[in-house]
Design a protein around this ligand. Structure first.
Ligand SMILES: *[C@@H]1O[C@H](CO)[C@@H](O)[C@H](O)[C@H]1NC(C)=O
Ligand SMILES: [Cu+2]
Length: 129
């Protein structure tokens, strides 16, 4: 009796461990990551290629650090991104230290100040998996 229960418990634990391993392999238990956009340069000119080689996931957090008033962060649609249109953003951030949590999908951010987007490459496209 005691032996039978012990066996069942061990089997349950083994199954549990296998499931845990599968979840870990799948990245399901991975904690959300925080990225400082532009790394040490922050949200600044020529940030456009900062995303190269990075993988983003839903619930990751982007931190945009910049001098308040000198830059801002506009979340725009694909057209706004392609044409650096700052007149109709989805949302506007301008604290100088903005934290944006990514939903799954494609996100576009540009700087809406002067011609920083069109002439300064201050734009990023983020695909959150
Ligand atoms: C970004 O990468 C593209 C393609 O490699 C390159 O042509 C462009 O000059 C880069 N832009 C900046 C600002 O680094
Ligand atoms: Cu700017």
């Amino acid at each position: 009796m005691a032996q039978g229960r012990g066996g069942a418990t061990q089997a349950t634990m083994a199954i549990g461990l296998v499931m845990l391993a599968l979840l870990l392999l799948n990245g399901e238990l991975a904690e959300s990551e925080q990225f400082t956009v532009g790394d040490n340069h922050g949200w600044d000119f020529d940030v456009i290629n900062w995303t190269n080689g990075k993988t983003f996931h839903a619930d990751d957090i982007l931190e945009f650090k910049y001098q308040k008033g000198y830059h801002n962060v506009l979340k725009v649609d694909s057209n706004g991104y392609a044409n650096c249109k700052s007149d109709n953003p989805i949302s506007t951030f301008e604290s100088g230290d903005d934290h944006i949590t990514l939903a799954r999908g494609t996100h576009y951010f540009i700087c809406g100040i002067s011609n920083h987007c069109s002439h300064g490459n201050m734009k990023i496209k983020i695909i959150a998996q």
